[in-house]
Design a protein. Sequence first.
Length: 122
Amino acid sequence: MTVLYVDDESIPRIIFEKIFDPKYSIMMADSGQEALKKLTQIKDDFIVIISDMRMPGMDGVDFIQEARAKYNNIECFILTSMDGEPKIQQAVEDSLISKVFHKPLNAAEVEAAIEAAVSRVA
């Protein structure tokens, strides 16, 4: 299982990798476009995606929508600093996203969500 973490800010990527790299196979991307390319390189049976919402070019929901259209072996979470974003709420209602995390990330909450996703497909 691979966790693909997508965020245009480098510090959150560094922190995420330091926390979770010992536990999971981590792949990083700094944009939705880069993440779509990296998805083609992942050979695992199951992929967890955690994407920031606000990124230049392609936002997190648009990226996840494209990823879901191409891959069915993914579980998607979104990361946001804002509450009540209508686009995120719609994506949750449409089952594109199964969990919304708020910045700053709570490592225990993220790990619990990853483990729950893995157990659903195991």
